[in-house]
Design a protein around this ligand. Sequence first.
Ligand code: GAP
Length: 489
Amino acid sequence: MSAPSIETIVSLAKRRGFVYPSSEIYGGLGSAWDYGPLGVELANNVRQAWWRWMVYERDDIEGLDSSIILNRLVWKYSGHEETFSDPLVDCRECNSRFRADKLDPEYGRTEEMAGGTMTFLEFHGDVIDCPNCGKRNWTTPRPFNLMFQTHVGAAAEIDAALGEYEPSSLVYLRPETAQGIFINFNNVLNTSRRKLPFGVAQIGKSFRNEVTPGNFIFRTREFEQMEMEYFVRPGEDEQAHQEWIDACHQWFINIGISPDNLRLYEQPKEELAHYAKRTVDIQYRYFPEREDEERNWDELMGIANRTDFDLRTHSKKPEDAEGKRLNPDSTEDLSYFDEQTKQRFYPYVIEPAAGVNRTVLALLMDAYSEKTNDKGETRVILKLHYSMAPIKVAVLPLAKNKPEIVGMAKAIKRSLQPLVRAVYDDTGGIGKLYARQDEIGTPFCVTVDHQSLEDEAVTVRDRDTWEQERVKVSDLSAYIRERLSPLAV
Ligand code: GAP
């Protein structure tokens, strides 16, 4: 089983310390969330597993950590200043604001006409009721750029007081990590002495002033991306693209997400970003409660064939038909010289781009299960893949008023902590402690009892089966390592 809805996870996440609403003591801030003690471990496990898989376990990928605030020109030439926007419409009656393409799925789509010409479909405001007041009195849709603006330098403050900023101080918080990779293409190429095909991976925060954030950590204005740009020779792009689609799909299964809750979505031509030749999304069943099965799914990651758009657009050499430089601001050419063929060209780019937060949400939803105990009570068990579990072992003393038992349990916890994330807990009866660990997905509970003082052995309880096994303390590290191996530690 998996969670019946995101709502089930919201309350579990807050109750157990995975994710809290941000700024709560001041009334909160819409769509901002803070990761608590367990959430930060789970998110770290996602990042580490992705990095290990993407960078360490391959021979052709390098890592990078570029700035969040880049030169504004990066976003001019990437196309974000002009096109990274959502169309907004206002209801003139009640002043509610909506995304035109959400109210009218036809809006903004291109339609192929006879003769091969394309035309944009208009907003059908005459037949769409305002979801708030029911009237049909709409403004014309207008673009709303999703990039957050800020201003750099001491002068910015004085300018702000005067109500006017010096235009050169304007910068954006990056809306994707990808551009930081493209502008460093020559740096990475020269310092790593790579040959095509090779990739550059990056994990980091991105920011989008989303018009309709929501659904917990699914869509927020501040989020984290795991992106990799894989540079290939033109002509080898289609095969590389398909290989990355298959590999990414398999990675989500490897970290414990059920294939039944994953699907591939081929973006139709009219949905493709301006730079993309083909994009396939990996979707997760985030909304199982929705009646219309098609609306159960939403994007977990996207895998795009970005062609040579990015390296070309940031290069100084390309010219238009009149011989005018397309990018008069760049000081570099990001083309690649192929020693084999003695040809120079702009590599194509395959981009697997996933969200840390959406992966965390998918893992929590997928791991959610319920089980009834002997007393007929329903217990929540978070059946996270061992590699993802925030805590691998909880050491529990059966009697917290017995110093020898407490001392032994604490010593066992200390002996395990160089190996795995282990905790000691004596804040309740054993039944309650087991239930708490089940609910946060801890694979093993180690219980120290009176007998342990005699036979130097402990009881190890399995999260999923509730079966118990007696293990010698001297064998415990090896036992845990064996059970968690090879991915978990
Ligand atoms: N460089 C390509 C790119 O940024 P994207 O599909 O816009 O592509 C990639 O973003 C991934 O980032 C998405 O699949 C999703 O997991 C995550 N993401 C995007 N916007 C998000 C948001 N507002 N909140 C949470 N995650 C988001």
